[in-house]
Design a protein around this ligand. Structure first.
Ligand SMILES: Cc1cc2nc3c(=O)[nH]c(=O)nc-3n(C[C@H](O)[C@H](O)[C@H](O)COP(=O)(O)O)c2cc1C
Length: 192
């Protein structure tokens, strides 16, 4: 599998997990065979970039390649700035989080809340893709809730905007982390 010009050694991805996939955990997973391991999400709010937590998350010295950093936010300009900030600090892939269901993220219209506004999705994606030279990837859910499963439409928007790889958490935001994932929805062979 390739993302932009990065040839991955296999197609096994470590799912990004805030509070779990820190650098030691990513290194361990890469050593045990993962072809790709993205960082924990970093806020697009520049006021937080000086914080110890964000500085630690933005430190990639000595890390295996390609180094992917996940950003989260809702403002196209701030997201572009965050992408540039991280690319200048060694990120070789920028991943955008539109899958997080947490209230503190969705209440500021970021993470999976963005799936309710396809126009804003497109604005953010275009803004980030145009702001960096490195490939940009996207993480989504299948929709906001079961009545609004627009994951496929968002995937097409992503393709149009120049997103180079898409990861899908196979649940709606309303389903959080509960129950069986929607393997039928995310099956690659299905064309509707
Ligand atoms: C503790 C925890 C933290 C997570 N944090 C993130 C995150 O920061 N970014 C992200 O894109 N997904 C995050 N996820 C979602 C996972 O990457 C993954 O998509 C989800 O757990 C579905 O996995 P499954 O398909 O194996 O059920 C998190 C999941 C868990 C359990």
């Amino acid at each position: 599998m390739r993302i932009g010009h990065h040839q991955l050694k296999n197609n096994l991805f470590l799912a990004p997990m805030a509070g779990v996939t820190d650098r030691p955990f990513r290194s361990l997973c890469r050593r045990l065979g993962a072809g790709m391991a993205a960082s924990e999400m970093v806020s697009s709010n520049s006021l937080l970039w000086g914080s110890k937590k964000t500085m630690r998350r933005a430190d990639h010295s000595g890390e295996d390649e390609p180094r992917a950093v996940q950003i989260v936010g809702s403002d196209p300009t701030m997201m572009a700035q965050a992408a540039r900030f991280n690319a200048e600090r060694g990120a070789q892939i920028i991943d955008i989080n539109m899958g997080c269901p947490a209230k503190k993220i969705c209440n500021v219209y970021a993470g999976s809340a963005l799936m309710q506004n396809e126009q804003l999705v497109a604005e953010i994606l275009r803004s980030v893709v145009n702001s960096v030279e490195v490939p940009v990837t996207l993480k989504i859910r299948t929709g906001w809730d079961r009545a609004n499963r627009n994951g496929e439409r968002v995937a097409r928007i992503a393709e149009d905007c120049g997103i180079q790889a898409l990861a899908v958490h196979g649940r709606t935001r309303a389903d959080a982390f509960h129950g069986e994932a929607e393997y039928d929805t995310i099956a690659p062979s299905r064309r509707r």
